[in-house]
Design a protein around this ligand. Structure first.
Ligand code: ZN
Length: 671
């Protein structure tokens, strides 16, 4: 007995997003983000009970509608006047570890090849047709499966093809994903493809929290009794959904409302026109949900709040949500002028038309009463090289990172067997075909050419006379695939005084931040070791939270001596422990340094660093050195360190993907 949808409290945005999708599945699904213990899953699972029941053709495994059966239905063709059977709408859960066959269905290749029959076993997409498909921890689902799901959701069709044998069937469902952002983000390209997103958090109001607990106790004590008490609420929600669905085709989006939708989308600087479409559909669904056939400003406001936060151009470290002031201003600006005075100025331009002129904006105006005389201290990066003698406090403060850029892919050489990701080559369940083997279990990926080659020598012995090969079970060959894995990217960052000016340290931080962004998109684990002054510090133990790494990096103070050897030894220790914890995840060490090392008088700091580097190389650790040396005189010490590490050395400026493309171009032009 599931928890009643009507009894969920304190999740207003999430409930509304789900209900609007139930009214208008064209909105394109809901992504719910929030920490553990916020009843996200309970709320999603409760939705099915308030969805209108569906009429199906009895015996059809693809849930055909008797009024309009799928002409391509693999169980069809159905009789034109097939009898109808009504059943509740289904909620199908897709487990994160599901195989592709489980999701899209499987074609029995062995039977197809050896017996010549087309045998198709429907998957979860077929089961979810005309219902809800729910993926908990959607951020942990393999990218390939997410792509597949979103494609099916967008087209309303599932398509399976194996070696030329194909099946297609209708798959229209309301896609709902939930995730805990602390466990890793969804690729930005995929975020955009969910119609709506909501952030959920435990309610702050103690009275609401108490009500949540009270209802949970009542439910746990007597689930059937609790459900009976809420049955009235459930059925009124169900009939409101049905009414809104019936009203939706008559809802009109006036030019004025459309202008508001586009104004809001423009104000939030969203990519493409998808946002406008989704916002418009959501506003129309909200109007229908409220029993109206015209779209009001309130509908647009609600729609923008649900449809736009994840579509803004921003990086994943920015705060979630939508700024209310910007939303209000965009709605206000797009309102039709109602007064006779066609004033082009926004209302905050000045106190009145005939009043005093605005104060001059020039430098001669002098600082106002609330302004600091030192406002040029914070902004301009040009003044940052030399510290003013009167400002010793700034010496210790952290340099702000420069803007992140798209980093080129650094990878671990060789072929791993680690968890699926997007960095280094690995034996995988999907990817490029690189060869074939005799299958140890059922054939999931047939290597057709090798199968034919295996069968060819036996044709005469098997008595083949006409066209068509005679294929036996022992001829079948399973394809071996090469895909990509995620790695542990451990940064070792020099934060000492040798790294030069604040501007330079800002560029170094910007580069590491860019590599962190890249790691987050490639599903890597990240860690951060820094060294400065007397010792090295594990600033961030290996984690999935790239946000935490970015925060540590921003705060990182700089200055002092350069204990490079200590940094490398600390990194070696971190890698040793991580190898015990997760032996299949291969590490990549990224050493960000100018290669210099200093220590107390009488010790050979550079020698110690090179010895530490050699120990890492002997242990087979894959590494990259990012050379941060700047200035007119170059010592090239980072390159020497790279040689000891057996690592490739890149200059800081070569880290950007664009610079790689530029290098390739210039090499081509020279040739
Ligand atoms: Zn059918």
């Amino acid at each position: 007995m599931t928890y009643p949808f009507g009894a969920v409290v304190g999740m207003d945005d999430m409930r509304l997003a789900l209900l609007l999708n139930a009214v208008s599945p064209a909105i394109g699904g809901v992504l719910v983000r929030g920490e553990k213990g916020t009843a996200k899953s309970t709320t999603v699972r409760a939705l099915a009970a308030v969805l209108p029941p569906v009429a199906v053709v009895p015996g059809c495994r693809f849930a055909c509608d008797p009024a309009a059966p799928d002409p391509a239905c693999p169980d069809g063709p159905h009789e034109p006047a097939a009898p109808a059977q009504t059943r509740p709408a289904r909620l199908v859960e897709l487990p994160v570890g599901a195989s592709e066959d489980r999701v899209v269905g499987s074609l029995d290749l062995e039977r197809a090849l050896t017996e010549g029959v087309k045998a198709f076993e429907p998957g979860l997409l077929a089961a979810a047709h005309r219902g809800v498909l729910y993926v908990d921890e959607v951020n942990l689902l393999h990218d390939h499966l997410v792509d597949l799901l979103l494609d099916a959701a967008a087209l309303g069709t599932a398509y399976v093809e194996r070696e030329g044998v194909s099946v297609r069937h209708a798959a229209r469902f309301l896609l709902v994903g939930t995730m805990n952002p602390e466990e890793g983000e969804l690729r930005p390209q995929l975020l955009d493809r969910f119609g709506l997103t909501v952030e959920v958090a435990a309610p702050r109001d103690p009275a609401v929290r108490a009500e949540v607990v009270r209802r949970r106790f009542a439910y746990d004590a007597d689930p059937p009794g609790f459900a009976a008490a809420w049955a009235g609420e459930e059925s009124s929600l169900a009939s409101r959904i049905a009414d809104a669905r019936a009203l939706l085709p008559r809802v009109v989006l006036s030019d004025e409302a459309l202008r508001q939708v586009t104004a809001v989308c423009a104000a939030f600087d969203v990519d493409g026109l998808r946002a406008d479409l989704v916002t418009a559909r959501t506003a129309m669904a909200h109007a229908a949900w409220c029993g109206r056939d015209d779209v009001t400003e309130d509908d647009v406001r609600v729609a923008a709040r649900l449809a736009l936060p994840h579509r803004r151009r921003r990086n994943p470290f920015d705060a979630p949500g939508l700024d209310d002031d910007t939303l209000d201003r965009a709605l206000e600006d797009s309102r039709p002028e109602d007064g006779p005075d066609d004033d082009p100025h926004p209302p905050d331009g000045g106190p009145g038309d005939g009043g005093t002129p605005p104060p001059p904006r020039g430098d001669d105006a002098g600082p106002g009463p609330g302004e600091s005389r030192h406002h040029d201290d914070d902004g301009s990066p040009g003044s940052g090289e030399e510290e003013a003698p009167g400002a010793p406090a700034r010496e210790r403060s952290a340099a702000a990172p420069s803007d992140p850029f798209r980093a080129r892919r650094l990878e671990v050489p060789g072929i791993g067997t680690g968890a699926a990701g997007r960095r280094s080559k690995a034996r995988a369940e999907r990817g490029r075909v690189v060869g074939s083997v005799r299958p140890s279990g059922p054939v999931t990926r047939l290597h057709l050419v090798d199968t034919v080659l295996a069968a060819a020598p036996h044709q005469t012995a098997r008595g083949r006379t006409g066209p068509g090969l005679r294929i036996a079970r022992e001829d079948l060959r399973q394809a071996t695939l090469e895909g990509r894995e995620g790695n542990l990217v451990l940064f070792v960052v020099d934060a000492s005084g040798s790294m030069g000016s604040r501007a330079r340290m800002g560029a170094v931080k910007g580069a590491v931040l860019s590599l962190l962004l890249d790691a987050y998109q490639r599903r890597d684990k990240v860690g951060l070791v820094t060294f400065r002054g007397g010792d090295a510090e594990l600033a961030l133990p290996p984690t999935w939270s790239v946000e935490a790494a970015a925060a540590r990096l921003r705060e990182l103070p700089t200055g002092g001596r350069t204990p490079l050897a200590a940094g490398l030894l600390r990194a070696a220790e971190v890698l040793r422990v991580e190898h015990v914890r997760d032996p299949r995840r291969r590490p990549l060490l990224v050493v960000v340094t100018d290669g210099r090392a200093t220590a107390a008088r009488g010790t050979d700091a550079l020698g110690a660093a090179h010895a530490a580097a050699q120990r890492l190389a002997t242990a087979g650790t894959a590494a990259v050195v990012v050379d941060c040396e700047s200035g007119p005189v170059r010592l090239g010490l980072a390159g020497v360190l790279g040689a000891h590490l057996g690592a490739h050395t890149l200059r800081l400026e070569e880290l950007a993907a664009e610079s790689l493309a530029a290098t390739v171009r210039s090499v081509r032009e020279a040739a």
